[in-house]
Design a protein around this ligand. Structure first.
Ligand code: CA
Length: 647
């Protein structure tokens, strides 16, 4: 393999009361534009990140603390092995189907005295920096307990933040937090620490030179899921779980068998939001943990609970939703909480048979509960340990159940991460797809676990049923998730409502503020390979025919995505490709109408496209239009949308 790396070794003499000599090394992305500078800084190693000569991260700390000591001080970089890494893979369940990954890798060996401290495995692609620590066994040590990471991310002066606070443990509905369901703040200065517990990943920053997205990937039962903490400075640090999570059971530390690697810390950078919308770094750095238990398929579904809530989880209503799904050409119906009590297993089997005749499969809801929540919603006690879980999954396999939605997890400690992994691993043996709710962020899971579909880890559509505030802020949230949450993992939002009100009668309940075209646009903006939309059977007759026809046809798997325009919390315009068809979708949360001249080089210069658009009063319509020199003018009123479909 040709080593394309340019490795510079620069020795800097720092002058002070004592003369300290630090070795500084620079590593470049394959295109040379993204540069990481590593220094052992006299014993406390740092890294910094520059894009096209502009600082994206200032010198930031490296290091890890284990029961063998603080491996962030008194250590030196001894030698580095570099190579170019490439990987070509396909993945139907994320934003892009065929991925070519290319990066510079530097394996940096840090020593404490004469003994190895850790290896830092650094990867630099053209848009992402990632690194992880590798801990090595010694003569006497085969295991280690990791209690902290020194890893920090120091933002340049003038940076503003787009962050979502971590909730305290054992709070919220039925003591189910933290579950990554809090509101974002926008364009805030650095230096805050959320509600005192830091922030959930991913975390977005606007620096003077562009945008920086921080996240992590590769987390499984071998580690804890982390958060981002701040103690009042420009430096954000990796934080471990909170002691109170999981009802206090288990430590906040990670116990590992040596050699061990930590999850990857990922830093995606760009002068625009394009690299963040388009990045595949969560999946580039991980490998499948097992082979697919069956040939999994994906697609659309319906879901009574979002409009009808718990009482709708009865036999007749679910049969009506199966009929509705069949009328839409959808592949699944999600039956939410309490089906075990309100329908019963025998009649679920009857619904499964009824659905099968109509080409509609079932997803079933479960409470994840062991000893970490007070949520009364059942089925209870079926997912937290192997014997009950496997017996349940055997029944599902015999009954022909497509998948499960498991809710109300207990935080980010290592035993909880093991539970996520165990549910996925067992489900795969029985050919069952898995959606998580009330849960942590997925971290590369679409590639690691072939039957993993999506996670909530967002303030999802349920909040619009629960309160008018979420309806009023719906467009703002959608213009946020497009650039943050959904860029690193499939998001089970359960949206695209065409009811005027969140109620089965469509006359009472909270009021939807967004347009029908907006509902169509979010079906494109929000990415998940399985989508249970918040449509209702009455929409077959009370929604515009063009909207229903669109919702019948819209794909849920995509070959490509491109950022076109937008700003977090204000508006978003993206293009997604399925086969040779492009879907360009935009929404607007601002009072001012968005007027944009879109360049669509992916379509022919005078391609004829279908345009779904709103007038100033949010009345939607469908028209055919010819591009002019590959361009089209769009205007998107507040709470409205636009969708352009063409080949
Ligand atoms: Ca939830």
């Amino acid at each position: 393999m040709v080593n394309k790396l340019s490795l510079g070794l620069v020795t800097i003499v720092m002058l002070g009361s004592t003369q300290i000599r630090a070795d500084e090394r620079q590593f470049n992305s394959p295109d040379g534009n993204l540069v990481v500078t590593l220094s052992d800084n006299g014993g406390t190693p740092t890294y910094s990140v520059a894009l096209g000569g502009t600082t994206m991260l200032m010198p930031s700390q490296l290091g890890i603390t284990t029961d063998d000591g603080d491996l962030g001080i008194g250590i030196r970089l001894r030698d580095v092995e570099t190579r170019t890494v490439t990987d070509d893979y396909t993945l139907a369940t994320i934003k892009q189907s065929n991925i070519h990954y290319e990066a510079t890798e530097a394996l940096c060996h840090f020593y404490r005295g004469e003994a190895p401290a850790f290896d830092l495995q650094l990867r630099i692609s053209n848009r992402d920096v990632a690194f992880r620590y590798r801990l090595l066994p010694t003569r006497n040590r085969r295991v280690a307990v990791v209690s902290a990471e020194a890893t920090s991310f120091t933002m340049p002066e003038g940076t503003t933040t787009f962050l979502c606070p971590q909730a305290k443990p054992m709070g919220g509905f039925a003591r189910t937090s933290p579950s990554y369901e809090t509101s974002y703040s926008y364009d805030q200065p650095t230096g805050s620490n959320g509600w005192g517990e830091g922030y959930t990943f991913p975390c977005l920053f606007r620096t003077p030179g562009g945008w920086v997205l921080l996240s992590e990937t590769g987390t499984d039962g071998n580690y804890v899921a982390c958060r981002l903490m701040n103690n009042g400075a420009a430096a954000y640090r990796i934080g471990f779980p909170q002691q109170g999570e999981m009802n206090g059971v288990g430590t906040t530390t990670a116990a590992v068998s040596l050699p061990a690697t930590t999850p990857w810390r990922t830093i995606t950078v760009g002068t625009t939001l394009a690299p963040i919308v388009e990045t595949t770094v969560p999946w580039d750095l991980v490998q499948p943990k097992y082979a697919a238990g069956r040939d999994y398929t994906y697609g659309k579904g319906t879901w009574s609970w979002i409009i009808g809530m718990d009482s709708s989880c009865n036999f007749d209503e679910q049969r009506r939703y199966i009929d509705f799904a069949a009328a839409m050409g959808y592949r699944s119906v999600l039956i939410d909480a309490l089906w075990d009590v309100q329908i019963g297993r025998e009649r679920i089997a009857e619904l499964a048979r009824y659905g099968r005749e109509k080409g509609v499969g079932l997803f079933l809801w479960y409470n994840s509960n062991g000893s970490w929540n007070d949520a009364p919603q059942s089925p209870l006690g079926k997912m937290d340990r192997s014997s009950a879980r496997r017996a349940e999954m055997r029944w599902m396999q015999e009954t022909g159940i497509l998948g499960i939605k498991v809710d109300f997890f207990g935080g980010d400690k290592q035993p909880m991460m093991q539970l996520y992994e165990d549910i996925l691993t067992d489900a795969n043996e029985f050919g069952i797809q898995v959606i998580f709710h009330g849960c942590t962020l997925p971290r590369g899971w679409e590639r690691m676990f072939p039957n993993y579909v999506a996670s909530e880890a967002v303030l999802a559509s349920e909040n619009m049923h629960f309160g008018q505030g979420a309806c009023d802020g719906e467009a703002r949230a959608a213009a946020t998730h497009t650039f943050i949450r959904n860029t690193v993992g499939s998001m089970d939002f359960g949206g695209s409502t065409l009811n005027k009100r969140y109620n089965a009668d469509n006359l009472t309940g909270t009021v939807r503020r967004t347009s029908d075209v907006y509902a169509l646009a979010t079906a494109v903006l929000f990415q998940s390979s399985v989508q249970h939309f918040a449509l209702a059977p009455n929409n077959l007759t009370d929604a515009p025919a063009w909207a229903i026809d669109f919702m019948r046809a819209v794909p849920t798997t995509w070959d490509e995505v491109r950022y076109l325009d937008g700003y977090p919390g204000r508006y978003a315009i993206l293009a997604r490709r399925c086969g040779n068809r492009w879907y360009i979708a935009g929404i607007n949360a601002q009072d001012e109408t968005v007027v944009a001249k879109l360049e669509l080089p992916m379509l022919g210069k005078s391609a004829v496209v279908n345009v779904y658009a709103d007038d100033a009063k949010l009345n939607g319509s469908l028209r055919e239009q010819k591009l002019r020199s590959g361009r089209i003018n769009v205007s998107i009123p507040k709470n409205g949308g636009v969708v352009i479909v063409g080949e």
